[in-house]
Design a protein around this ligand. Sequence first.
Ligand SMILES: [Zn+2]
Length: 412
Amino acid sequence: MDTGAQLLGRYLSELAQVTDEPGKLTRTFLSPAMRRANALVAGWMRAAGLATREDTLCNLIGRLETSSAPRVRTLLIGSHLDTVRDAGRFDGALGVLLPIVALAELRRRKIALPFAVEVLGFSEEEGVRFASAYLGSKGYTGQLRASDLGFADAQDVTIRSALENNNGAPFAPPKPAHRKRDLLGYVEVHIEQGPVLEAKKLALGVVNAIAGQTRAKLVFKGRAGHAGTTPMNLRRDALAGAAEFTLAAESLAKLTPGLVATVGTMSVAPGAANVIPAEATFSLDLRHPRDAARRAALRQLRATATQIAGRRKLTSTWTTTQDNAAVACSPTLAGALTASVRAVQGRSLALPSGAGHDAVVMSALTPVAMLFVRSRSGLSHHPDEYSSPADLGVALDVLIDFIERLARTHSS
Ligand SMILES: [Zn+2]
């Protein structure tokens, strides 16, 4: 018989075969591969003693009941089963399969829990099909709005019609799956998607906060002119201004602990080798685990944009396109996770998550905590994504210890 860690490895390999694109791993919202993935994982959930169902968002839910308390609260553990295109096998899948194996192991050891556990496999997190992320967890937490359903995919199918076609019934955004007071919290295990744990030579770390994130679109406008005949001091070069801003954002982030700033897109008009750029449109992505620090950086960069534009005789516009507050992890849950990591690994590391996760959306419903597992070279969203069997074994031991620890707290 497989050990827990071997079982987890086998589940991860089998699930990685379930794809919409031969030769690479791609599973997008409501696709045939997603249907097959849900069926496969539901079978593993039932083998671990969970009762399974799908909600109207196609989220897969496996519930382990408990009979010990008169009013039972529920611990939620999960992540997402969809992937990016040409994905690795760990991102998302690990956070769904690991709790299934942990609960199977607790059952094998005949350990009864004083709370119910729901393992959640969210149907959509990556935003690949509809360029709108977190559809699964937004639905589960009752945060999906009718106005969210109009987004269309590349075939011009809207979210609403895709869901109605899948469910064979009219779709209405669901209410939250639970009342807040019935929940103990939400725990998500995820590969780190960064190189910090590898650098610290640790298998696991506990997330203390998920960074807040601001995205903005900036436009600098100057004046086109002949690249050969316009003297340098008479130019109003929009791209040179945008380049200066990009370097200013980089310097600020290097000088500000915890801040990351990225200019990831830039388009230039008119876009000819012999014409001075009249217009530069570019993006800024700014993240920090503390909102106050992110806002301060934002103010400074807006002032910088205005100042660069003024000095270079450009006009500048700034449009904030996305603004998400940071999410602090629950001290209680993160504290218990830290104690479990210390017990199994010897020491623990607290680290922020620079990437968003279902935990961000779940935090509107219940306290959240996250456990990060080392991923080789910090790689994610890539077929070479890799976490070693040894690290997965440590993660499994920690999750089991964490659930037992929570059980002791709630039965005393
Ligand atoms: Zn993920």
